[in-house]
Design a protein around this ligand. Structure first.
Ligand code: G6P
Length: 480
């Protein structure tokens, strides 16, 4: 049994909802929570003697202390951080989601470089550092996640020089050309912040090389023999493509609730073909191009009129940011128009749900559909693609995947498309629908094998093994 693990992320893995009976918990959405939560439920449960997850609850302090008494059924403890409302607004909606998120996903025109955003970002990162420093022991492993907390490794290192700190970025790291669009002083602070970690993880080798290039261009730091030397410490940056708990998805069809959900969706499907997509409502997810492609597919393949249904689930997200809220309205309008112009009294081409999806419904849809459409304009990894493949224990179904998702580097047997090419996407839908079942099985089994070998447990093991090596090397060189 190892030591204590402190997971740190902006969002905690549970969201609290108030209802008539009191409070209920729901797993928070997004890839970070799915992956790290799955690891803690799986192998991670036994690997560390004690686990703590630090983050900002999505309710105020009073509700948190009442509601979180049973830890939402988890076997780890929470360390809640409560920034002031205005700091949180400028740190989360502001710097994190109106600067780093759009820029790192190649939407530079949506970034708003307001100095007060960066000031709040610094203050909230500092607040995390303060709170963590009150509980940290010398032999803890602190694993910091994602773009909200890029300054935290450096702040923690200053306060606790000897501890083990790891950082993992769940979104793309953009090309150095794009990173240098950020005001120069902020570039330096962000990079030096991340360099407080001993190990810095990214999803793909490409993101690692972008990061290394940015170190070179922005702060004149070069990697030598696979290590970055910074303030007399040797640090490693490497690729660890995040994954899922393969066995959970592979075995889900055995669960009664999943098979009931699947039956419900099969009844809706009837003798039609079914396409399925699910994403958070985000401009990076390419939802409009996907709808345009489906519309074009219907126009160019009239034989499918009345014989296909597209179930599109959009999960609410970051609605207080304009770029998100205005999209909701436009999606509603687009689907309304498409259904009214292409549909008939007895047939609705797009069935659209704007809500969170339970595990059973998600699995019911993964296993009932013929085609999964995962077509982001840019995505760090995209776990939906991996979940769909893993849940197809029947070796049936086709994945259409954007080559702009990190997952495309691993899922090369999917039908890869450019999400900006609506015509190509429409043609690929037709290829997918016509694909021979043996070919579907051949493609799926190769991808399933690959995900089962590098599942979320292998991902974390790989990460911690590398972290251990870095620490051993630092000890040998007598540097920390
Ligand atoms: C992405 C990010 C996560 C984030 C999730 C949901 O997956 O990498 O850090 O938690 O989106 O977004 P939200 O803003 O609701 O936390």
């Amino acid at each position: 049994m190892q030591k204590r693990l402190l997971i740190v992320s902006n969002r905690l893995p549970i969201s609290i909802e108030k209802n008539n009976e009191g409070y209920s918990f729901r797993q928070s959405s997004g890839g970070l929570v799915s992956a790290v939560g799955a690891y803690l439920k799986g192998h991670g449960r036994a690997v560390f003697s004690e686990k703590v997850w630090a983050g900002v609850p999505d309710c105020d302090e009073d509700i948190w202390s009442l509601a979180s008494l049973n830890h939402g059924g988890t076997d780890y403890n929470f360390l809640p951080i409560f920034p002031s409302t205005s700091d949180y607004e400028n740190y989360y909606n502001g710097f994190s989601n109106s600067v780093l998120w759009p820029l790192f996903h190649y939407f530079p025109s949506l970034a708003d470089y307001r100095p007060d955003f960066f000031e709040a970002y610094k203050r909230v990162n500092e607040q995390f550092a303060e709170k963590l420093s009150q509980v940290i022991h010398e032999d803890d492993t602190v694993w910091i996640h994602d773009y909200h907390l890029m300054l935290l490794p450096g702040l923690l290192r200053k306060k606790n020089p000897g501890i083990t700190i790891a950082f993992f970025l769940h979104i793309p790291f953009p090309s150095a050309e794009l990173f240098r669009v950020i005001p120069r002083g902020w570039q330096r602070e962000l990079l030096e912040g991340v360099l407080g970690a001993d190990l810095i993880g990214f999803h793909t080798a490409e993101y690692v090389s972008h990061f290394l290039k940015s170190l070179e261009l922005s702060i004149g730091l070069e990697q030598e023999n696979d290590y970055i030397t910074y303030q007399h410490r040797e640090i490693k940056a490497d690729a660890f493509p995040v994954s899922i708990d393969f066995s959970v998805f592979d075995n889900a069809h055995r669960l009664e609730k999943v098979s009931l959900a699947r039956d419900r969706y099969l009844a809706i499907k009837g003798d039609k073909k079914m396409i399925f997509s699910v994403d958070r409502l985000d401009y990076t997810k390419g939802i409009f191009n996907r709808l345009r492609a489906f519309e074009h597919f219907l126009t160019t393949n009239p034989s499918y009129i009345g014989k296909i249904v597209f179930i599109m689930v959009v999960v609410p997200s970051r609605h207080s940011i304009f770029q998100y809220s205005e999209r909701k309205k436009r999606i509603d309008e687009f689907i309304g128009r498409l259904n009214s112009t292409m549909g008939t009294i007895s047939w609705q081409p797009v069935i659209y749900q704007y809500d969170h999806l339970s595990f059973e419904d998600l699995l019911g849809l993964y296993t009932a559909c013929d085609v999964a459409l995962v077509t982001p304009l840019r995505d760090g990894m995209n776990l939906v693609a991996k979940e769909f493949v893993a849940s197809r224990n029947d070796n049936m179904g086709v994945l259409i995947l954007s080559e702009m998702a990190g997952a495309a580097f691993e899922l090369t047997e999917s039908l890869l498309i450019n999400p900006n090419d609506v015509l190509e996407m429409a043609e690929t839908i037709s290829v997918a629908l016509e694909m021979d079942p043996l070919e579907q099985g051949r493609r799926l089994s190769v991808m399933r094998e690959r995900i089962s070998r590098y599942d979320v447990n292998a991902w974390a093991l790989d990460f911690f093994t590398q972290l251990h090596r870095v620490k051993e090397r630092q000890k040998k060189l007598d540097i920390r």
